[in-house]
Design a protein around this ligand. Structure first.
Ligand code: C2O
Ligand code: CU
Length: 427
């Protein structure tokens, strides 16, 4: 039991719509701080995007704001505030946009949200940010060149898949708001096929997710269909979502979300018949099997972006300063940003270059991009993509949604410490 901030529950109430629907959400702010809601992954109108002082005024305590927008594309999305590190409280929920034309070759759907948790355990996220700033300010430094291996709590947080894996050792990792010693149970019948909508709502943690005794078939990435890929586990950065098809076995199985490069995990129980509840520390061997990452994915035909000449290219260099807890884009923190200018109708290429020793999941608001593949062609559609240490990921997008759109690291602490910029439409 902890005190936290939430939308009434953790995760918040799920919102469900059909592609093309108009969605109206009344936010009334009962928090002691200003807030907003951002609709992560939705290509919506810019003034409903929930970015304070950019697309709207922050919503003051005891006031309200009506979000009113159309959801063009089916898929698995989520929503969270875009103020400070409020995302690292309990302020998140899932938004599912159904495809009226889809046949639905599955028997059930489970929405599974993974999260890293500190709030109410003696430190708030704001206090965590303050101690990160204090630790680096006092010369523990080396931001961008190894902070990912240090962090708080003495853990060495690195991962073979990601390199520097985080700044914060969390006391808890959650699946659908629960710790592993009191897990949620997801039920079905042996042989049924379940569509799992998996969302990483964490602030500083990538998760490796697997279900003991099962293989996963990955069917959608950030809402858009991919050529189905089968594996044992899947790696998900902060802000990323995947849909999985899971043919259920007979028994009781652990669904484990292992905090990548950190110590600890979240767990849920998958139950189709009798069998003991798995222990909180259980580590299914699937976690060390074939781990699906973005490199394994190709877009399904309707999600493929046509090949086209690139009209404009921007370098987006992800960096860290050597003094203080500062993260940068093109050498600048957000308050001194140089926006990435685009014009409506252009095909825009962003070269996301990670000049640090820590991974950064980069998210672009209001658009989906194609991750450019090894042959220089537009590949899997995403709105958030992991950029590993010292690597470059190139993405292409079509500038078809005018406005001012945040482009930032979805590590809540990195974003708040400066690693944000704007994709800015000019006329
Ligand atoms: Cu979920 Cu600006 O992000
Ligand atoms: Cu980052």
């Amino acid at each position: 039991m902890v005190d936290t901030w939430s939308f009434g529950s953790v995760p918040g109430p799920a919102i469900r719509a059909r592609a093309g629907d108009r969605v109206v959400v009344d936010l009334s702010n009962g928090l002691p701080a200003p807030t907003t809601v951002h609709w992560h992954g939705i290509a919506l109108r810019n003034d409903m995007d929930g970015v304070p002082d950019m697309t709207q005024a922050p919503v003051a305590p005891n006031t309200s704001f009506r979000y009113d927008f159309t959801v063009p594309d089916p898929g698995t999305y989520f929503f969270h505030p875009h103020v400070g590190v409020q995302l690292d409280r309990g302020l998140y929920g899932v938004l599912v946009v159904d495809d009226p034309a889809e046949l639905g070759a599955y028997d059930h759907e489970w929405v599974v949200v993974v999260d890293d948790w500190v709030d109410g355990t003696g430190r708030t996220p704001d206090q965590v940010l303050a101690s990160l700033r204090a630790a680096t300010g006092s010369g523990m430094g080396g931001m961008g060149m190894g902070m990912g291996g240090g962090g708080m709590g003495g853990e060495s947080m690195t991962s073979p898949l990601l390199g520097g894996a985080g700044d914060v050792a969390y006391p808890h990792y959650l699946v659908n708001g629960r710790v592993p010693s009191a897990p949620v149970t997801l039920t079905g019948r042996p042989g049924e096929r379940v569509r799992v909508r998996l969302v990483n709502a964490a602030s500083d943690t990538a998760f490796r997710v697997a279900v003991g005794g099962h293989q996963l078939s990955l069917t959608h990435a950030d809402g858009f269909p991919v050529v189905p890929m089968t594996g044992d586990a899947v790696l998900l950065g902060m802000g990323e979502r995947v849909d999985l098809l899971l043919p259920l076995g007979d028994g009781a199985f652990p669904l484990v979300a292992s905090a990548e490069g950190k110590q600890g995990q979240g767990m849920a129980v998958v139950r189709t018949s009798t069998g003991p509840v798995p222990t909180p520390q259980v580590r299914p061997e699937e976690l060390d099997g074939r781990v699906l990452t973005v490199a394994d994915l190709t877009p399904a035909e309707p999600a493929a972006m046509p090949v086209r000449r690139v009209d404009r290219t921007h370098d987006v260099v992800l960096g860290g300063s050597m003094s203080g807890y500062e993260w940068t884009v093109n050498g600048r923190t957000f308050d001194r940003q140089r926006p990435l200018d685009v014009r409506q109708g252009e095909r825009v290429r962003l070269r996301l270059k990670n000049a640090t020793m820590m991974f950064h999941p980069v998210h672009v608001h209001g658009h989906t991009f194609a991750v450019v593949d090894g042959n220089g062609r537009p590949g899997v559609r995403k709105d958030t993509v992991i950029v590993s240490p010292m690597r470059t990921v190139t993405v292409d997008l079509d500038a078809t949604n005018p406005g001012q759109w945040m482009t930032h690291c979805h590590n809540a602490y990195h974003g708040e410490a400066g690693m944000m910029t704007t994709l800015s439409y000019r006329t």
